[in-house]
Design a protein around this ligand. Structure first.
Ligand SMILES: [Zn+2]
Length: 262
C-alpha cells in the first residue's frame, strides 16, 4: 500500500526534472501521503475531534491515534466551534499529553481548492499556530477538508512545511453506512489474502456512540490480525512535529475565532 505515496513522490520528481529540462521554474509541491510505509502497522486517524469520549476509549485500549483538528468550523461543528475555547482546549491538551499525534485539518474546514493562495496560507497557518499555542507542538501534517487539494494547495503546503495526508481505508461512517456495515468493511479489508501490509484508517470523530462501537471493534480486529496500532508519524517512520516547546498561551485566545480578526 506504500505504492501510492511512492508513485506520488516519483511523479513530483518527474515534474521537477521536466522543469529543469524546459527551464521553467516550478514551486515545490508538498508531498502527498496516501498510506503508511512501515509494514505490519495500522494508523487510526480521526478528523474533526478530538472528543474526550474517544480519548477515553483509545486510552482504555492503550492505543495511540492521530487527530486532525480544525480551528473554527462554523458549518459542520456543533457546540464549541473555536479551538481556543473550553472543551476543545481541554480535549486537545489531553490528547497531546496522552501521546496522540495532533495534526491540522485547516482553520475553517473549507474546500482549499476554492481559495486563492493567500487564503490557503491563512487556513494552514492559523490552524498550525492554534495547535502550537495550545499544545506547544508545531505540526508537520495537514489533511485537507474533503480530501480536496490541487497543485496550488500543495505549493502553499510546501511553503509552510506541511505534508498532505489522505488515507487508504475509510470506515465510511459519514456515508450513512450502518454500524454493522462499517464493521463488515473492516473485517473485509483485514480478511483479504494477502491482507494489506499496512493500513491508514480514517475514522471521523463525531460525538456518536456507534463510532465508539466501531472503533472498539476496529482496534480488536486490527490487533487480532497482527497489526501494531501506531500514530501517523510512526507508520511513516517520520517525526510528528517540526519542534515541540511549551504552549504559548495559557489564556484563551478566542479573538482568533472572531470573523475578520486576522
Ligand atoms: Zn473533516
Amino acid at each position: 500500500m506504500a505504492f501510492g505515496a511512492r508513485a506520488t513522490a516519483t511523479l513530483a520528481l518527474l515534474v521537477l526534472a521536466f522543469d529543469v529540462l524546459t527551464g521553467v521554474s516550478a514551486a515545490a509541491l508538498a508531498n502527498v501521503v496516501n498510506s503508511c510505509t512501515r509494514p505490519n502497522v495500522a494508523a487510526l486517524t480521526f478528523n474533526d475531534g478530538p472528543f474526550i469520549d474517544a480519548l477515553k476509549l483509545l486510552d482504555a485500549h492503550g492505543v495511540k491515534g492521530t487527530f486532525f483538528v480544525d480551528g473554527n468550523d462554523l458549518v459542520h461543528r456543533k457546540g464549541n466551534k473555536c479551538i481556543y475555547k473550553g472543551d476543545r482546549v481541554t480535549a486537545l491538551q489531553t490528547a497531546f499529553n496522552q501521546g496522540h499525534q495532533i495534526a491540522s485539518h485547516s482553520w475553517s474546514h473549507t474546500n482549499l481548492t476554492d481559495l486563492d493562495p493567500d487564503q490557503v496560507r491563512e487556513e494552514m497557518v492559523k490552524a498550525h499556530d492554534a495547535i502550537q499555542d495550545i499544545t506547544g507542538a508545531s505540526t508537520a501534517y495537514i489533511r485537507p477538508p474533503f480530501y480536496q487539494y490541487d497543485d496550488q494547495v500543495r505549493e502553499v503546503a510546501a511553503a509552510v512545511n506541511h505534508t498532505i495526508v489522505l488515507r487508504d481505508f475509510d470506515s465510511r461512517h459519514l456515508a450513512d453506512v450502518t454500524v454493522q456495515g462499517q464493521m463488515d468493511h473492516y473485517h473485509q479489508v483485514i480478511s483479504q489474502n494477502p491482507k494489506p501490509s499496512n493500513i491508514l484508517v480514517l475514522q471521523h470523530d463525531l460525538k456518536k456512540s456507534p463510532v465508539h462501537q466501531v472503533v472498539k471493534y476496529a482496534i480488536q480486529q486490527l490487533q487480532g490480525a497482527g497489526y501494531e496500532l501506531v500514530t501517523l508519524a510512526e507508520c511513516l517512520g517520520e517525526r510528528p512535529y517540526h519542534r515541540v516547546g511549551e504552549p504559548r498561551h495559557t489564556t484563551l485566545n478566542s479573538t482568533a475565532c472572531k470573523k475578520g480578526s486576522l
